[in-house]
Every structure is written in C-alpha cells, then in structure tokens.
Design a protein around this ligand. Structure first.
Ligand code: ADP
Length: 472
C-alpha cells in the first residue's frame, strides 16, 4: 500500500510532543512491513533542514482566499529516516523556526493543507490512503471530497485521521471560510461545530476512519473532549484506539548510550543498582530506600501541581521510607515550589529543573518507580520506557496509562494504579509502592515481567494497516 502521512510534526525534523514521535516512527515500521509510507510536512527552518540534502520535486500555486501564493515541495535525498520525507514551503508563512505559536497559525496550516491537496491532485497515480494527524491537517479529508477543483481527482481516496490530542481543535471564524478552495456550500454542516469552522470536528466527520492513540482515551473523549463529546459519541462506529509504540532500538538498557551501566533482564538487579547509585550520589539520596521519580512537563495535564504536596505528605505519613527525584520544566510556580523544597528535604528529595536527555535515561534506568499522576494522558510514553528499563510505573488510571499498566493487586498485575488526580490518592499509591518494594522477591519478579512486555511498534503498525485495509 502507498500511504501518505500529512503532519505538522515529524521527529527529528521538527517536534513539539508525542505527535512528532509517532510520525517519525510509524512510517518507518510500515515500510519494514513492505508498504510504501511517505511523510509530507511544512518546511520549517529547523537544523534538520540545513544539515541534509534536498531536491525540488514539485512547484505549484494555490489560493488562500484572495491571496494567490506559490509553494515548493522538496524531498530528502538519502532516505535518512527510513521513508520518503517531503517538506512543503510557502514563503512568508511556513519559513519560521518554531512549529506553533504564531498569530497566523490558522493561515499557515490552512495554506499548508490547501497546498498538499493541490500537490496530490497533480500526481499521475493516486496513493492508497491519505493519513492525516490532529487538527492541523484535519481539513484535508473535506477538501479532497468537497472542493470542486479537487473532488473529481481525489474523492475516492480513503482517508484516516489520527487524534493525538483532542484538546486543540484549530477552530476559526466563519469569516475565514473563503480560505478553503471553492467548496460545495451544501456541505457547510461538515465544517461547522458550534458556529465556528472546527477542523478537528470536520476531520472526524469526513475521514473514512478515525483513530486515537489508546482505547481508553477514545472512551474518555466521549465524556471529555473540550466540546466534541456528542460528536465522538455519534461517530464512535468509525473510531478505533491504537496504542503508540516505543522505539525499542533507541530505548534499550543493554545498548543505551546515555547510561553508564548497561544491563539485560538477566542482570537487571545489578545494573539498576549501579545506575541508582549514580543518581543517589549525584543528588544526595539514600540508595537503600526505594527511589520514586517523575520525568516530564510540569503542567496541569501531568498533574505536576500536585507533586509538592504529594511528596511532602508521602515523606511525612510514610516516615521517609522512600526518596524522590524530579526532572522537568513547565509552569514557573510549580518549578519554584519543587526547587524550594530541596532545601528542607535534603537526603529525601531532590529536583532538577530543565530538560536533560541523559539524566532522563539514567532515571529510567536507576529508579525503582516512575510516578505519572496525569490528569490527561492520550497514550503516554514514559511509562513504557520505564517498564523497558525495569522501573515499576505508579500511574493514574487514565487514557493510555490505563491501557498499559495493570495494578499489582489484580491478576497478572505489574504496576501501581490509582483513580483520582489528588494528593491523597498519590500518597496512598506511593505507600503501596513502598510495600511492594519491601517484598523483594515479588518486586524482582515484577521487574522481570515488565521488562519482557512488548511495547514495540510492531503490533500497532499492523493495526494501522488493518484500518487501511478495512477502507480500501
Ligand atoms: P508529552 O508527549 O505529553 O509532551 P512529556 O513532554 O512529559 O510528554 O514527555 C515525553 C518525552 O519527553 C519522554 O521521552 C520524556 O522522557 C521526555 N521528557 C519530558 N520532560 C523531560 C525533561 N525535562 N528532560 C528530559 N526528557 C524529558
């Protein structure tokens, strides 16, 4: 099958979150299965652009409302990422350093989508599937079907929309409806949601199939999706949850170049103890106690605001029987509190504010537990990385965390899970983790079990192919 992924992000070209990781990995794995997956994304001015060689493959022109513009498509020459990568340039709109955050993001991503559809309509053959990701590309299924200029060439091509984060819809006023190339006015209802043009809602209505990055997240969207609840309920028949995978070649404790002491399932106890010692020496923590870590953005979605009180209460109520180490950056007030606490809790707690790739790998390797109290977690990668490194996840049972972690109190369980994003629930979960740690034979067998779990892309890739097959 020939699959065209259209995305605002793709690692390592440009990444702002999980979307970039998925679009940087999934096409590679699809190609490994014998398919031809390609990626087209905006040509931001990132380092990757300047470090690699490119050839121009197409030049075209299109309209954004009254504005006529030219666009250029270049292709990376060496197949460096394991798939054909195309960058689309529009002078004055996409030639920026950052992916998002500009006042004219609506114009940037609408013009990008118009250009992609225009480019596809110039192909001599047609791809088997056009796979779009999140709201930045979610108008494409509508444009392929209902824009007069393109529909007779493209309307028969199946489309898939994957939702990585449903909090953002890309909504724009109806005064911008002329940005979309001349379209069938009878179809205005497909663009509309609550009196605005809502690209995400439109993608859900118009794509042949919709996927989310975990089953539980899909369930949750029917109750909590920033206003699209009724739509998810109505369209549930065409929606599927497919978990993201992790790149097990990059995330492997046997070969990880970021960690000092490598290990496998066989010598995990020894290897993890050596990495834990490095952490404890560096951050002045007691290595004989279980080490609980948090790695991530210090934002409300991750419930980072609860960490200061939860850490304080855990140390107080559980008599300092564990240590904590935090790595992250985000909201200044949370950063400040977490930093300030290091003064009073020396020996029990420490924090590094900032982004540090090497330290994060050492923490996955050296910690006993990884805490993720997230309020929202569409899929979550950290818990999967942790398990690959033999670190037991303590998670709030939501979204992808619910789909990947079974509480150790349940049959075949191997993690610690709790229900509410509250200080009390987190503290109780930490207490249960300490109890588990004290039962060393059980802890060792759980560690072995989680390291054996398969979170690679292999399974998910096949599930995406099955989705394509169901519509082609
Ligand atoms: P999201 O995908 O929701 O944005 P996060 O930003 O919390 O999730 O983390 C995703 C990835 O970023 C993981 O690989 C995690 O290890 C890494 N990461 C997050 N924060 C940091 C940090 N401060 N230092 C190093 N790595 C980090």
């Amino acid at each position: 099958m020939e699959i065209i992924h259209v995305s605002a992000e793709c690692y390592p070209v440009a990444k702002a979150g999980g979307l970039g990781d998925v679009v940087g990995a999934l096409p590679k794995y699809q190609n490994d299965l014998g398919h031809t997956a390609k990626v087209v994304m905006p040509m931001y001015r990132t380092k990757f652009l300047y470090d690699n060689e490119w050839e121009v493959t197409h030049k075209g022109s299109a309209h954004l409302g009254m504005w006529w513009f030219e666009y250029t498509i270049i292709k990376e020459k060496t197949n460096k990422l394991g798939f054909d990568l195309y960058l689309l340039d529009i002078n004055g709109l996409l030639d920026r350093e950052k992916v998002y955050g500009y006042d004219d993001d609506t114009e940037r991503f609408t013009a990008f989508q118009v250009s992609v559809v225009d480019w596809l309509s110039s192909w001599k053959h047609k791809p088997d599937v056009v796979h779009v990701h999140d709201h930045h590309t979610a108008l494409i299924p509508f444009m392929m079907k209902y824009c007069y200029q393109y529909q007779y060439l493209l309307e028969g091509i199946p489309t898939v929309l994957t939702i990585h984060n449903a909090q953002y819809h890309g909504a724009m006023g109806w005064d911008k409806s002329h940005y979309i190339p001349h379209w069938d006015g009878w179809r205005w209802g497909l663009l509309d949601w609550q009196d605005t043009i809502n690209p995400l809602a439109c993608g859900i209505k118009c794509a042949s199939k919709v996927t989310t990055v975990s089953w539980s997240y899909l369930e949750e969207l029917r109750y909590m999706s920033n206003g699209l609840e009724a739509l998810f309920e109505y369209e549930k028949g065409k929606c599927t949850g497919i978990l993201n995978g992790i790149d097990t070649k990059v995330w492997d404790p046997e070969t990880d170049s970021y960690i000092e002491d490598h290990y496998t399932i066989e010598d995990a106890e020894k290897g993890k103890a050596a990495n834990k010692k490095i952490l404890c020496d560096t951050f002045r923590l007691d290595p004989s106690k279980p080490l609980v870590v948090f790695i991530g953005r210090l934002v409300g979605e991750k419930a980072a605001d609860l960490l200061p009180a939860a850490i304080g209460d855990s140390l107080h109520h559980i008599n300092g029987r564990m240590t904590f180490l935090i790595l992250g950056s985000g909201e200044p007030s949370v950063e400040y509190q977490l930093q300030r606490m290091t003064n009073g809790l020396s020996g029990y707690y420490n924090a590094q504010i900032g982004y540090n790739e090497k330290l994060s790998h050492t923490m996955y390797a050296g910690a006993d537990f990884l805490l993720m109290p997230s309020r929202v977690e569409p899929c979550g990668l950290n818990q999967m990385y942790a398990m690959r490194y033999g670190t037991v996840p303590i998670v709030r049972s939501t979204g992808g965390l619910r789909d990947t972690v079974i509480d150790y109190g349940d049959p075949q369980g191997y993690g610690v899970s709790f229900y509410n994003a509250s200080v009390g629930d987190i503290t109780h979960a930490v207490y249960r983790a300490v109890e588990l740690y004290d039962d060393q034979p059980r802890m060792a067998s759980i560690r072995k079990h989680i390291m054996e779990l398969d979170f690679s892309w292999n399974k998910s890739t096949q599930q995406y192919i099955s989705v394509y097959e169901s519509i082609s």
